[in-house]
Design a protein around this ligand. Sequence first.
Ligand code: DGP
Length: 106
Amino acid sequence: MDCIFCKITSGQIPTNFVAVSEHAVAFNDISPRQPVHVLVVPKQHFNDVADLNNSSPEILADLMALAMKVAGDTSEGSFRLTFNTGKEAGQSVFHAHAHVTSVQPR
Ligand code: DGP
């Protein structure tokens, strides 16, 4: 499968991870829309967060814990945590991921 986030999480595309957990990695978005814009991505491929929730709630819990750590480390406690799910909702990369964004970097 030709998936850009699989290439990033596997190390095939070298990427600076800002945080890592057992099942997920976090890295800066290539085109940030806020001063803080970090993507939190499961190492294993799932098409979107609904697929991830149905297939592996424990990996979703691990990803959420990493997203909350990133939010705490990068913001002053005011942040957004977003999963765009489906093309009509703005999802453009079909490998599940959370956006952590904040206008107030730490
Ligand atoms: P979404 O639209 O919710 O599917 O978000 C996908 C995000 O992924 C979008 O904000 C841009 C980002 N992105 C796409 N390709 C790359 C890449 O190769 N590297 C990084 N760091 N981010 C990427």
